[in-house]
Design a protein. Structure first.
Length: 366
């Protein structure tokens, strides 16, 4: 209760009449609210989690992801929960928090909480970890994979798992797996987009990752705006931004069709989801429970791959039937986008390493 009372007192102070700058007061209130959410959530986790897994001792695993309830990330997490709780006969419980619920919606803070062991398992786009290791930006280099089969081969590559898990280990995390999250398609409320020039001057929400800011600003001439995912719908509704980019399944589950008219299927960035587990949590589990968690994670991620493959076309058709203008680019039109952003590979070779780019652009097949 201390964190709640303190937050209320500080928030009241931030909004007190006569503040010198009303905008600053509101901004301070928002920051205090997010900070309070993080503190309270962490305190809740510490008070709830049962450490260890010896014998029949109860274990609670706190699982967070970045998307909304009912999204592909949420459904895959629910499948993991079902598998773990069934195979442990209820001894291991999985509590799921959507929209980075244990970090106040803060994607970067979520990784810190995983490292500290306050979040046990976290599901996110790999570049969300790039603030701690720039090599994770590689996952969002455009036109890495010509099709979803190549992406799945990448996700299942032993070489990729070994290399990327090594990056995670250096950050006090264990990688449980990677799966297909769908291509990040572009939506907007203004016009149909068929060529890179159509994005010029458009305010597009992107995740808070430099590679996307660089891609849309330096190569497409757009005005990229980084913001928390939880704020995107309202910003689109209020027309603070013109558009956003996300997999079509996320577009649908987030109800963006209510506030966006146009979607361009350009397939430029085929997205992935990575599951990372706190090494502190892993070390508290018995070898048997470690194996159980890893096995269930692998099966759940494969379930997510199948779900996406079976439902993505149906989602696109549902959106079309609902009045959304869906523009599927031709191979020639996609080539225009690829040519426009080809220079980003040279830009990022220095920061992520040419060996990493080589792995991501075909080395995983060797």
């Amino acid at each position: 209760m201390y964190c709640v009372r303190t937050y209320r007192a500080q928030a009241a102070k931030a909004q007190r009449p006569g503040a010198r700058n009303e905008g600053r007061g509101k901004y301070a209130f928002k920051r205090l609210k997010k900070a309070a959410a993080v503190i309270c959530a962490a305190a809740m986790v510490l008070s709830m989690t049962a450490c260890g897994s010896a014998g029949d001792k109860k274990v609670v695993l706190h699982f967070t992801h970045t998307q909304s309830p009912g999204s592909i990330s949420d459904l895959t997490a629910q499948e993991f929960k079902k598998l773990v709780e069934e195979r442990s006969d209820g001894r291991i419980e999985v509590s799921i928090y959507s929209n980075c619920g244990l970090s106040g919606g803060d994607l970067t803070k979520a990784i810190e909480l995983v490292q500290a062991g306050n979040i046990d398992i976290h599901s996110c786009a790999p570049p969300n970890i790039a603030n701690y290791d720039k090599k994770f930006y590689s996952f969002w280099l455009p036109f890495l994979f010509p099709n979803s089969d190549d992406l799945l081969a990448f996700c299942h590559s032993d070489k990729v798992h070994e290399v990327v898990n090594g990056w995670c280990n250096d950050l006090e995390m264990e990688m449980l797996g990677i799966n297909n999250a769908g291509s990040r398609q572009i939506s907007n409320s203004k016009k149909e987009i068929t060529k890179p020039e159509d994005l010029k001057g458009m305010n597009i929400r992107v995740p808070g990752a430099n590679i996307f800011i660089d891609l849309y600003r330096n190569y497409f001439g757009a005005n990229p705006t980084a913001m928390d995912f939880s704020e995107v719908y309202t910003s689109l509704q209020q027309k603070t931004i013109d558009g956003q980019e996300n997999p079509i399944a996320v577009f649908d589950s987030s109800k963006f069709a209510e506030v966006q008219q146009y979607v361009t299927l350009w397939d430029g960035v085929r997205d992935t989801t990575i599951w990372v587990m706190s090494q502190r949590t892993m070390e508290k589990l018995s070898p048997e429970d470690q194996a159980l968690v890893k096995e269930c994670a692998t099966e759940a991620l494969d379930w997510g791959n199948e779900y996406l493959a079976q439902n993505e076309e149906a989602i696109i058709q549902k959106l079309r039937d609902g009045g959304t203008t869906i523009t599927a680019l031709t191979d020639e039109q996609k080539a225009e986008f690829q040519k426009a952003c080809a220079g980003i590979y040279d830009d990022y070779a220095q920061s992520v390493g040419q060996d990493v780019i080589d792995l991501f652009t075909g080395g995983y097949k060797e």
